[in-house]
Design a protein around this ligand. Structure first.
Ligand code: ZN
Length: 92
């Protein structure tokens, strides 16, 4: 893994680049507990990465890699709108 776990995870232990690199595994639940703690600590302090994670969630949802029942109804509705727009964009 790209991170070196420390005794107490802190948002500054990893850079945004590292956080982003870990995000898909984070969403897949594929990270070790240490790495997940690092990502979550970083997300707690970094608005940019929180937004980036949100956008990854949208992407993996429209591509079917995350089940939509994992999302709350409000988010699901937003995603369905995004999904329709995404589909419309793909029409010739
Ligand atoms: Zn960040």
């Amino acid at each position: 893994m790209v991170t070196t776990p420390r005794a107490k995870p802190d948002g500054h232990d990893i850079t945004c680049r590292q956080a982003v690199a870990l995000m898909t595994d984070y969403l897949d639940g594929a990270l070790s507990e240490d790495d997940r703690a690092l990502v979550e600590a970083h997300l707690g302090e970094c608005e940019a990465c929180t937004e980036h994670l949100r956008q990854i969630r949208v992407t993996v949802t429209v591509t079917g890699r995350v089940r939509d029942e994992d999302l709350n109804p409000r988010a699901r509705e937003d995603l369905m709108n995004l999904y329709r727009r995404w589909q419309a964009d793909r029409e010739p």
